[in-house]
Design a protein around this ligand. Structure first.
Ligand code: GAL
Length: 384
């Protein structure tokens, strides 16, 4: 009887997983994750069938945070196609920024006994117990882009140099406004990432490592006074919140003087600031501020071309997916993946061996070379 009940339970769990899988990509809201939209970065041609289909018979569960931002759709699709080319079966799920939904999705992966988990967390602190379950079940975990905090269950971490992203944003502003030599002062406001995302903390650190001295000597003036991470972080990287904050700042602090710089940590925030600035009557080419972003999404790149955003940080999601796939292979075949950082990413329990890709600042002067030349988007996609 016990065995029968266990069988029924297992069946129910697997059915739950299939049911969750069905919301993988609501057709009305976003392109299907495994069928990149016409505006997705140009995917690398799937590798020729590997001589050895190392993944044959093995299942990889991928838990992604949201489809509300283009980049995660591309990350998921890139990983799926690269893993499938190696013979793996892939189950790709999105949690739509709902912490509990992501916990259940991973619980279901564990119940289904997938062979490996790849997780880009919504709120990494909320996953410690389900990660412990995975570890107990012998399922290795790779942290994707966002570090998994407070757990010893993670094998490797594939990401970008996140403090380097912040430094690149800070240095871009420093050079564009010649902060080291100018006698002008510039107004600036900050829109930083989610407090439950380690990347956001590091990015702010990187930005301030460059800009703090100019806030201190008065070259940069932040009229709201909000410069600390605590005061500028935006939960779940919400574009709507960024827009709301920008509207409030412009109304309350910038009635008599223009905002010169919107230092934002994410293309979604740059879109929100754009809307707020347009509503407040700012005009490109006249008093439009310098706006930074991150991810070089298609829309952001188009906004860079039209002058509505000044720069973004290009993070090649194809490369990140590739690094992650080598980590999946390594844990499942007992080999060593390529690692280039063994000191930076301390998750409070362990230092997670990492591969950090290099972020690159893009603006109107180099997008053709970097974005089009790198085959990320075609000129047609950017013109459309
Ligand atoms: C971060 C990531 C950024 C951006 C952001 C919002 O974790 O490092 O590149 O994508 O999430 O999605």
């Amino acid at each position: 009887m016990k065995k029968f009940l266990a069988l029924i339970l297992a069946l129910v769990m697997v059915m739950g997983l299939v049911a969750c899988g069905s919301n993988e990509a609501p057709a009305t809201e976003a392109p299907k994750a495994d069928a990149p939209a016409a505006d997705a970065p140009v995917a690398d041609a799937p590798e020729a069938p590997a001589e050895e289909q190392v993944g044959e018979g093995k299942v990889v569960g991928i838990a992604m945070p949201t489809q509300s931002s283009e980049r995660w759709i591309n990350d998921g699709a890139n990983m799926k196609s690269q893993l499938e080319a190696l013979g793996y079966e892939v189950i790709l799920q999105y949690a739509e920024d709902d912490v509990q939904q992501q916990v259940s999705q991973i619980e279901n992966f564990v119940a289904q006994q997938v062979d490996c988990l790849v997780i880009a967390a919504v709120d990494s602190g909320a996953l410690t117990s389900v990660e412990a379950q995975a570890k107990a079940a012998g399922i290795p975990i790779i942290a994707y882009d966002r570090l998994l905090m407070d757990t010893d269950a993670v094998s490797y971490y594939a990401s970008f140099d996140n403090e380097g992203v912040g430094r690149a944003i800070g240095e871009y502003i420093e050079t564009a406004k010649d902060l080291a030599n100018t006698t002008e002062t510039y107004t600036i406001e900050f829109f930083m990432g989610s407090p439950d995302d380690n990347n956001a903390v590091l990015l702010h650190k990187g930005v301030m490592s460059v800009l703090q001295k100019y806030l201190d000597n008065g070259t940069l003036v932040c009229k709201t006074g909000r410069t600390s991470f605590e005061d500028t972080c935006i939960l779940r990287w919400s574009q709507e919140t960024a827009q709301q904050w920008c509207e409030n700042y412009l109304a309350a602090y910038y009635a008599d003087e223009d905002l010169d710089i919107a230092c934002t940590a994410f293309d979604g925030f740059a879109y929100g600031c754009r809307s707020a600035l347009e509503s407040a009557g700012y005009v490109v080419g006249e008093n439009w501020p310098l706006i930074t972003g991150q991810d070089a999404e298609l829309m952001a790149t188009k906004n860079i071309i039209s002058g509505h955003q000044t720069m973004s940080i290009y993070k090649d999601t194809r490369l990140l997916a590739e690094k992650c796939v080598t980590m999946v292979n390594a844990v499942l075949t007992g080999s060593e993946p390529e690692i280039n950082d063994t000191t930076t990413y301390d998750n409070n329990v362990m230092v997670v061996p990492s591969y950090l890709c290099t972020p690159v600042a893009v603006d109107v002067s180099n997008y053709e070379e970097i974005i089009i030349g790198g085959g990320y988007y075609t000129a047609e996609q950017l013109a459309g």
